[in-house]
Design a protein around this ligand. Structure first.
Ligand SMILES: [Zn+2]
Length: 414
Protein backbone atom coordinates (compact mmCIF):
# COMPACT_ATOMS: atom_id res chain seq x y z
CA UNK A 1 0.00 0.00 0.00
CA UNK A 2 1.42 3.37 -1.02
CA UNK A 3 1.43 6.31 1.30
CA UNK A 4 -1.12 8.10 -0.91
CA UNK A 5 -3.59 5.21 -0.99
CA UNK A 6 -3.22 4.67 2.75
CA UNK A 7 -4.01 8.31 3.43
CA UNK A 8 -6.83 8.14 0.89
CA UNK A 9 -8.32 5.09 2.59
CA UNK A 10 -7.97 6.64 6.03
CA UNK A 11 -9.60 9.77 4.67
CA UNK A 12 -12.50 7.78 3.23
CA UNK A 13 -12.81 5.93 6.53
CA UNK A 14 -12.93 9.24 8.33
CA UNK A 15 -15.58 10.45 5.88
CA UNK A 16 -17.61 7.29 6.36
CA UNK A 17 -17.43 7.69 10.13
CA UNK A 18 -18.40 11.35 9.86
CA UNK A 19 -21.27 10.40 7.54
CA UNK A 20 -22.52 7.75 9.96
CA UNK A 21 -22.30 10.23 12.81
CA UNK A 22 -24.31 12.73 10.76
CA UNK A 23 -26.99 10.14 10.03
CA UNK A 24 -27.12 9.23 13.71
CA UNK A 25 -27.25 12.87 14.72
CA UNK A 26 -30.05 13.61 12.31
CA UNK A 27 -31.96 10.48 13.50
CA UNK A 28 -31.66 11.56 17.09
CA UNK A 29 -32.60 15.12 16.21
CA UNK A 30 -35.66 13.82 14.32
CA UNK A 31 -36.50 11.81 17.44
CA UNK A 32 -35.77 14.86 19.57
CA UNK A 33 -38.10 17.02 17.50
CA UNK A 34 -40.83 14.38 17.73
CA UNK A 35 -40.38 14.29 21.49
CA UNK A 36 -40.41 18.09 21.72
CA UNK A 37 -43.59 18.18 19.66
CA UNK A 38 -45.21 15.57 21.90
CA UNK A 39 -44.18 17.53 25.00
CA UNK A 40 -45.62 20.76 23.56
CA UNK A 41 -48.87 19.00 22.78
CA UNK A 42 -48.87 17.34 26.22
CA UNK A 43 -48.47 20.73 27.92
CA UNK A 44 -51.32 22.11 25.87
CA UNK A 45 -53.51 19.11 26.77
CA UNK A 46 -52.66 19.39 30.48
CA UNK A 47 -53.66 23.05 30.32
CA UNK A 48 -56.90 22.56 28.45
CA UNK A 49 -58.16 19.25 29.91
CA UNK A 50 -59.34 18.70 33.46
CA UNK A 51 -56.43 17.11 35.34
CA UNK A 52 -57.36 15.42 38.61
CA UNK A 53 -54.95 13.68 40.94
CA UNK A 54 -56.78 11.37 43.35
CA UNK A 55 -54.19 11.19 46.12
CA UNK A 56 -51.85 13.80 47.55
CA UNK A 57 -50.79 13.79 51.20
CA UNK A 58 -50.88 17.58 51.42
CA UNK A 59 -52.66 17.98 54.82
CA UNK A 60 -50.45 15.57 56.75
CA UNK A 61 -47.28 16.91 55.15
CA UNK A 62 -48.13 20.54 55.88
CA UNK A 63 -49.49 20.00 59.38
CA UNK A 64 -46.10 18.45 60.17
CA UNK A 65 -44.15 21.29 58.61
CA UNK A 66 -45.93 24.27 57.15
CA UNK A 67 -44.64 25.77 53.93
CA UNK A 68 -45.93 28.64 51.83
CA UNK A 69 -47.45 26.62 48.99
CA UNK A 70 -48.82 29.74 47.29
CA UNK A 71 -45.35 30.28 45.81
CA UNK A 72 -42.72 27.94 44.36
CA UNK A 73 -41.49 25.70 47.21
CA UNK A 74 -38.19 23.92 47.42
CA UNK A 75 -39.13 21.07 49.74
CA UNK A 76 -42.67 20.03 48.77
CA UNK A 77 -44.00 18.04 45.80
CA UNK A 78 -47.00 20.38 45.57
CA UNK A 79 -47.35 24.14 45.37
CA UNK A 80 -49.55 26.51 43.42
CA UNK A 81 -46.91 27.59 40.89
CA UNK A 82 -45.89 24.07 39.88
CA UNK A 83 -49.52 22.89 39.93
CA UNK A 84 -50.27 25.55 37.31
CA UNK A 85 -47.23 24.50 35.26
CA UNK A 86 -48.45 20.90 35.38
CA UNK A 87 -52.03 21.83 34.49
CA UNK A 88 -53.41 20.39 37.74
CA UNK A 89 -57.05 21.34 38.33
CA UNK A 90 -58.12 19.05 41.17
CA UNK A 91 -55.94 17.81 44.01
CA UNK A 92 -57.63 15.26 46.22
CA UNK A 93 -56.09 15.92 49.63
CA UNK A 94 -55.83 12.80 51.75
CA UNK A 95 -56.72 13.39 55.38
CA UNK A 96 -54.36 10.76 56.70
CA UNK A 97 -54.43 9.35 60.23
CA UNK A 98 -51.49 7.15 61.29
CA UNK A 99 -52.48 3.74 62.63
CA UNK A 100 -50.84 4.53 65.98
CA UNK A 101 -53.90 6.70 66.79
CA UNK A 102 -56.22 3.70 66.94
CA UNK A 103 -57.16 3.16 70.57
CA UNK A 104 -54.82 6.00 71.42
CA UNK A 105 -56.13 9.56 71.57
CA UNK A 106 -58.85 10.64 69.15
CA UNK A 107 -58.33 9.77 65.49
CA UNK A 108 -61.60 11.57 64.75
CA UNK A 109 -60.32 14.82 66.22
CA UNK A 110 -57.02 14.36 64.40
CA UNK A 111 -58.84 13.99 61.06
CA UNK A 112 -61.12 16.95 61.79
CA UNK A 113 -58.07 19.09 62.54
CA UNK A 114 -56.56 18.18 59.18
CA UNK A 115 -59.81 19.05 57.44
CA UNK A 116 -59.86 22.41 59.21
CA UNK A 117 -56.25 22.94 58.27
CA UNK A 118 -56.90 22.19 54.57
CA UNK A 119 -59.87 24.56 54.56
CA UNK A 120 -57.53 27.09 56.15
CA UNK A 121 -55.20 26.88 53.12
CA UNK A 122 -58.11 27.81 50.86
CA UNK A 123 -59.07 30.66 53.20
CA UNK A 124 -55.50 31.92 53.38
CA UNK A 125 -55.05 31.97 49.60
CA UNK A 126 -58.58 32.25 48.16
CA UNK A 127 -57.33 33.33 44.73
CA UNK A 128 -55.28 30.11 44.43
CA UNK A 129 -57.09 27.28 46.22
CA UNK A 130 -60.78 26.42 46.58
CA UNK A 131 -62.48 23.63 48.51
CA UNK A 132 -64.79 21.54 46.35
CA UNK A 133 -67.07 18.62 47.10
CA UNK A 134 -69.26 18.08 44.03
CA UNK A 135 -68.50 16.97 40.48
CA UNK A 136 -70.67 19.76 39.09
CA UNK A 137 -68.65 22.28 41.10
CA UNK A 138 -65.45 20.79 39.74
CA UNK A 139 -66.66 20.85 36.14
CA UNK A 140 -67.75 24.47 36.51
CA UNK A 141 -64.75 25.62 38.56
CA UNK A 142 -61.84 23.92 36.78
CA UNK A 143 -59.51 25.86 34.55
CA UNK A 144 -60.11 29.23 36.21
CA UNK A 145 -56.76 29.62 37.89
CA UNK A 146 -57.51 27.73 41.10
CA UNK A 147 -56.37 24.36 42.31
CA UNK A 148 -59.58 22.77 43.57
CA UNK A 149 -59.12 20.82 46.81
CA UNK A 150 -61.30 17.77 47.34
CA UNK A 151 -60.98 15.83 50.60
CA UNK A 152 -60.31 12.11 50.83
CA UNK A 153 -59.60 10.16 53.99
CA UNK A 154 -56.72 7.72 54.27
CA UNK A 155 -57.29 5.17 57.02
CA UNK A 156 -60.85 4.71 58.33
CA UNK A 157 -60.00 4.83 62.03
CA UNK A 158 -61.39 8.39 62.45
CA UNK A 159 -64.82 6.72 62.12
CA UNK A 160 -64.08 5.38 65.63
CA UNK A 161 -66.28 2.35 65.10
CA UNK A 162 -69.45 4.39 64.50
CA UNK A 163 -71.08 4.46 61.06
CA UNK A 164 -72.75 7.79 61.97
CA UNK A 165 -69.31 9.33 61.48
CA UNK A 166 -69.48 8.46 57.76
CA UNK A 167 -72.20 11.09 57.44
CA UNK A 168 -70.30 13.50 59.67
CA UNK A 169 -67.18 13.35 57.49
CA UNK A 170 -69.24 13.45 54.30
CA UNK A 171 -70.86 16.65 55.57
CA UNK A 172 -67.37 18.03 56.17
CA UNK A 173 -66.55 17.41 52.48
CA UNK A 174 -64.77 14.05 52.55
CA UNK A 175 -65.60 12.11 49.39
CA UNK A 176 -63.68 8.87 49.74
CA UNK A 177 -62.40 6.73 52.57
CA UNK A 178 -59.39 4.46 52.20
CA UNK A 179 -60.62 1.91 54.74
CA UNK A 180 -57.21 0.76 55.91
CA UNK A 181 -53.56 1.80 55.88
CA UNK A 182 -50.42 -0.23 56.56
CA UNK A 183 -51.78 -2.42 59.40
CA UNK A 184 -55.09 -4.18 59.93
CA UNK A 185 -57.48 -1.80 61.69
CA UNK A 186 -61.06 -2.06 62.98
CA UNK A 187 -62.36 -2.10 59.38
CA UNK A 188 -60.13 -4.30 57.25
CA UNK A 189 -56.91 -6.20 56.69
CA UNK A 190 -54.03 -4.37 55.04
CA UNK A 191 -51.81 -5.46 52.17
CA UNK A 192 -48.61 -4.94 54.18
CA UNK A 193 -49.95 -6.92 57.16
CA UNK A 194 -49.61 -10.70 57.10
CA UNK A 195 -51.63 -11.35 60.29
CA UNK A 196 -54.97 -11.52 58.37
CA UNK A 197 -56.83 -10.42 61.47
CA UNK A 198 -60.24 -10.44 59.74
CA UNK A 199 -59.59 -12.60 56.71
CA UNK A 200 -60.74 -9.55 54.75
CA UNK A 201 -63.19 -7.01 56.15
CA UNK A 202 -64.39 -6.77 59.74
CA UNK A 203 -68.14 -6.64 60.53
CA UNK A 204 -67.69 -2.88 61.11
CA UNK A 205 -65.89 -2.57 57.76
CA UNK A 206 -68.92 -4.13 56.03
CA UNK A 207 -71.31 -1.77 57.88
CA UNK A 208 -69.10 1.19 56.99
CA UNK A 209 -69.34 0.31 53.29
CA UNK A 210 -73.14 0.21 53.55
CA UNK A 211 -73.12 3.61 55.24
CA UNK A 212 -70.76 4.99 52.57
CA UNK A 213 -73.08 3.72 49.81
CA UNK A 214 -76.01 5.45 51.51
CA UNK A 215 -74.39 8.89 51.70
CA UNK A 216 -72.45 8.76 48.41
CA UNK A 217 -68.95 8.36 49.84
CA UNK A 218 -66.53 6.48 47.56
CA UNK A 219 -65.01 3.26 48.90
CA UNK A 220 -61.23 3.26 48.36
CA UNK A 221 -59.60 -0.18 48.19
CA UNK A 222 -55.96 0.98 48.06
CA UNK A 223 -53.93 -0.55 50.91
CA UNK A 224 -56.41 -3.42 51.41
CA UNK A 225 -55.41 -7.07 51.48
CA UNK A 226 -56.60 -9.10 48.49
CA UNK A 227 -59.45 -10.76 50.40
CA UNK A 228 -60.59 -7.42 51.84
CA UNK A 229 -60.59 -6.05 48.28
CA UNK A 230 -62.83 -8.82 46.93
CA UNK A 231 -65.20 -8.54 49.90
CA UNK A 232 -65.41 -4.77 49.45
CA UNK A 233 -66.29 -5.04 45.77
CA UNK A 234 -68.89 -7.68 46.56
CA UNK A 235 -70.41 -5.64 49.39
CA UNK A 236 -70.47 -2.22 47.77
CA UNK A 237 -73.56 -1.39 45.77
CA UNK A 238 -71.60 1.38 44.05
CA UNK A 239 -68.36 1.18 42.02
CA UNK A 240 -65.19 1.40 44.11
CA UNK A 241 -61.93 3.24 43.52
CA UNK A 242 -58.27 2.50 44.18
CA UNK A 243 -57.02 6.02 44.88
CA UNK A 244 -53.28 5.27 44.64
CA UNK A 245 -52.31 1.77 43.52
CA UNK A 246 -50.42 0.37 40.54
CA UNK A 247 -50.27 -2.94 38.66
CA UNK A 248 -48.85 -6.03 40.35
CA UNK A 249 -48.08 -7.52 36.93
CA UNK A 250 -44.92 -5.34 37.01
CA UNK A 251 -44.09 -6.06 40.67
CA UNK A 252 -44.84 -9.75 41.30
CA UNK A 253 -45.63 -10.53 44.94
CA UNK A 254 -46.10 -6.87 45.95
CA UNK A 255 -49.61 -7.05 47.38
CA UNK A 256 -49.91 -3.26 47.70
CA UNK A 257 -50.38 -3.21 43.90
CA UNK A 258 -53.38 -4.83 42.18
CA UNK A 259 -53.06 -8.01 40.17
CA UNK A 260 -54.76 -8.46 36.80
CA UNK A 261 -57.75 -10.36 38.20
CA UNK A 262 -58.39 -7.61 40.75
CA UNK A 263 -58.17 -4.89 38.11
CA UNK A 264 -60.65 -6.78 35.93
CA UNK A 265 -62.98 -7.26 38.91
CA UNK A 266 -62.80 -3.58 39.90
CA UNK A 267 -63.45 -2.53 36.29
CA UNK A 268 -66.34 -4.98 35.84
CA UNK A 269 -67.96 -3.29 38.85
CA UNK A 270 -67.52 0.09 37.13
CA UNK A 271 -64.60 1.29 39.26
CA UNK A 272 -61.30 3.03 38.56
CA UNK A 273 -57.66 2.49 39.55
CA UNK A 274 -55.65 5.68 39.97
CA UNK A 275 -52.00 4.85 39.27
CA UNK A 276 -49.43 5.52 42.01
CA UNK A 277 -46.22 7.26 40.84
CA UNK A 278 -43.79 5.67 43.35
CA UNK A 279 -40.72 4.14 41.65
CA UNK A 280 -41.09 1.13 43.94
CA UNK A 281 -44.70 0.68 42.84
CA UNK A 282 -43.75 0.90 39.18
CA UNK A 283 -40.50 -1.03 38.64
CA UNK A 284 -39.75 -4.34 40.33
CA UNK A 285 -35.95 -4.03 40.22
CA UNK A 286 -36.15 -0.66 42.00
CA UNK A 287 -38.41 -2.13 44.66
CA UNK A 288 -35.88 -4.92 45.22
CA UNK A 289 -32.96 -2.48 45.39
CA UNK A 290 -34.76 -0.20 47.83
CA UNK A 291 -35.90 -3.14 49.95
CA UNK A 292 -32.25 -4.22 50.21
CA UNK A 293 -31.25 -0.66 51.11
CA UNK A 294 -34.03 -0.46 53.73
CA UNK A 295 -32.05 -1.65 56.79
CA UNK A 296 -29.17 0.78 56.15
CA UNK A 297 -31.50 3.73 55.51
CA UNK A 298 -33.71 2.89 58.50
CA UNK A 299 -30.70 2.58 60.79
CA UNK A 300 -29.61 6.08 59.78
CA UNK A 301 -33.12 7.47 60.36
CA UNK A 302 -33.33 5.83 63.78
CA UNK A 303 -29.89 7.06 64.75
CA UNK A 304 -30.83 10.63 63.80
CA UNK A 305 -34.36 10.41 65.17
CA UNK A 306 -35.91 11.10 61.76
CA UNK A 307 -39.21 10.03 60.20
CA UNK A 308 -39.09 8.84 56.61
CA UNK A 309 -40.74 11.99 55.19
CA UNK A 310 -38.65 14.51 57.15
CA UNK A 311 -36.67 16.78 54.85
CA UNK A 312 -33.36 15.49 56.19
CA UNK A 313 -34.51 11.87 55.76
CA UNK A 314 -35.53 12.51 52.17
CA UNK A 315 -32.17 14.20 51.48
CA UNK A 316 -30.31 11.26 53.02
CA UNK A 317 -32.29 8.76 50.91
CA UNK A 318 -31.46 10.81 47.81
CA UNK A 319 -27.73 10.76 48.67
CA UNK A 320 -27.87 7.05 49.44
CA UNK A 321 -29.52 6.30 46.12
CA UNK A 322 -26.91 8.36 44.25
CA UNK A 323 -23.99 6.73 46.06
CA UNK A 324 -25.36 3.23 45.50
CA UNK A 325 -26.49 3.80 41.94
CA UNK A 326 -30.20 3.19 42.60
CA UNK A 327 -32.13 4.95 39.82
CA UNK A 328 -35.74 6.11 39.69
CA UNK A 329 -38.68 5.11 37.52
CA UNK A 330 -39.63 7.35 34.59
CA UNK A 331 -42.77 8.97 33.19
CA UNK A 332 -42.74 6.12 30.67
CA UNK A 333 -43.16 3.63 33.52
CA UNK A 334 -46.25 5.49 34.78
CA UNK A 335 -47.66 5.38 31.23
CA UNK A 336 -46.86 1.67 31.01
CA UNK A 337 -48.99 0.95 34.08
CA UNK A 338 -51.83 3.07 32.70
CA UNK A 339 -51.57 1.20 29.42
CA UNK A 340 -51.61 -2.13 31.23
CA UNK A 341 -54.96 -1.30 32.87
CA UNK A 342 -56.30 -0.14 29.51
CA UNK A 343 -55.28 -3.43 27.88
CA UNK A 344 -56.93 -5.41 30.67
CA UNK A 345 -60.08 -3.41 31.19
CA UNK A 346 -60.40 -0.62 28.64
CA UNK A 347 -59.84 3.14 28.77
CA UNK A 348 -62.69 3.82 31.25
CA UNK A 349 -61.03 2.41 34.36
CA UNK A 350 -57.73 4.16 34.98
CA UNK A 351 -56.52 7.52 36.25
CA UNK A 352 -53.81 9.34 38.21
CA UNK A 353 -53.16 8.91 41.95
CA UNK A 354 -49.62 10.20 42.41
CA UNK A 355 -49.20 9.85 46.20
CA UNK A 356 -47.28 13.18 46.06
CA UNK A 357 -46.09 14.31 49.52
CA UNK A 358 -46.33 10.70 50.68
CA UNK A 359 -43.47 8.97 48.88
CA UNK A 360 -40.33 10.83 49.90
CA UNK A 361 -37.45 10.45 47.47
CA UNK A 362 -39.04 7.84 45.21
CA UNK A 363 -40.66 9.88 42.44
CA UNK A 364 -39.94 9.21 38.77
CA UNK A 365 -37.53 11.23 36.64
CA UNK A 366 -39.57 14.01 35.03
CA UNK A 367 -42.42 13.56 37.50
CA UNK A 368 -40.75 14.81 40.67
CA UNK A 369 -43.64 17.13 41.50
CA UNK A 370 -47.01 18.44 40.34
CA UNK A 371 -45.37 20.08 37.31
CA UNK A 372 -44.86 16.55 35.96
CA UNK A 373 -48.29 15.57 34.58
CA UNK A 374 -47.42 16.69 31.00
CA UNK A 375 -44.46 14.26 30.98
CA UNK A 376 -46.90 11.40 31.56
CA UNK A 377 -49.33 12.74 28.96
CA UNK A 378 -46.44 12.93 26.45
CA UNK A 379 -45.74 9.22 27.05
CA UNK A 380 -49.42 8.42 26.51
CA UNK A 381 -49.27 10.33 23.22
CA UNK A 382 -46.21 8.27 22.27
CA UNK A 383 -48.29 5.13 22.92
CA UNK A 384 -50.93 6.42 20.51
CA UNK A 385 -53.52 7.72 22.98
CA UNK A 386 -55.70 10.52 21.61
CA UNK A 387 -57.18 13.56 23.36
CA UNK A 388 -60.41 11.77 24.34
CA UNK A 389 -58.51 8.87 25.92
CA UNK A 390 -56.22 11.24 27.77
CA UNK A 391 -59.16 13.28 29.08
CA UNK A 392 -60.57 10.10 30.61
CA UNK A 393 -57.27 9.11 32.23
CA UNK A 394 -56.60 12.62 33.54
CA UNK A 395 -59.86 12.91 35.45
CA UNK A 396 -62.91 11.95 33.38
CA UNK A 397 -62.97 8.39 34.69
CA UNK A 398 -62.69 9.41 38.32
CA UNK A 399 -65.52 11.94 37.97
CA UNK A 400 -67.68 9.33 36.24
CA UNK A 401 -67.23 6.92 39.16
CA UNK A 402 -67.92 9.70 41.66
CA UNK A 403 -71.17 10.52 39.81
CA UNK A 404 -72.14 6.84 39.80
CA UNK A 405 -71.55 6.62 43.56
CA UNK A 406 -73.75 9.71 44.06
CA UNK A 407 -76.47 8.14 41.89
CA UNK A 408 -76.42 4.93 43.94
CA UNK A 409 -76.82 6.97 47.14
CA UNK A 410 -79.80 8.80 45.65
CA UNK A 411 -81.36 5.46 44.66
CA UNK A 412 -80.86 4.07 48.15
CA UNK A 413 -82.46 7.09 49.83
CA UNK A 414 -85.71 6.65 47.85
ZN1 LIG B 1 -51.17 5.49 50.99
Amino acid sequence: MTRASSSFSSMSRALAVAGAALVLASCSSVEQTAQDRRMDRARWLADSLLVLDAHLDIPYRLTNRMEDISVRCRTTDFDYVRAMEGGLDVAVCAVYTPQRFEGNGSPKQFALQQIGFTEGLATLWPDKFRMMSTTSGIRAGAGKGHVLFVLGMENGIPLEGDTANVRLFFDRGVRYITLVHTRANTLADASFDTTHRWNGLSPFGLDAIDAMNRVGMMVDVSHMSDSAFYQAVRRSRAPVIASHSACRAFTPGFERNMDDAMIRTLAAAGGVVQINFGSMFLVDSLRTLMAAAGPAINAYLREHNLRSLDEEAVAYTRRYRAEHGIPYATAQDVARHIDHVVRLAGIEHVGLGSDFEGLGDDLPVGVKDVAGYPAIIAELLALGYDERDIAKVCGGNFLRVWDAVTQVARGLSH
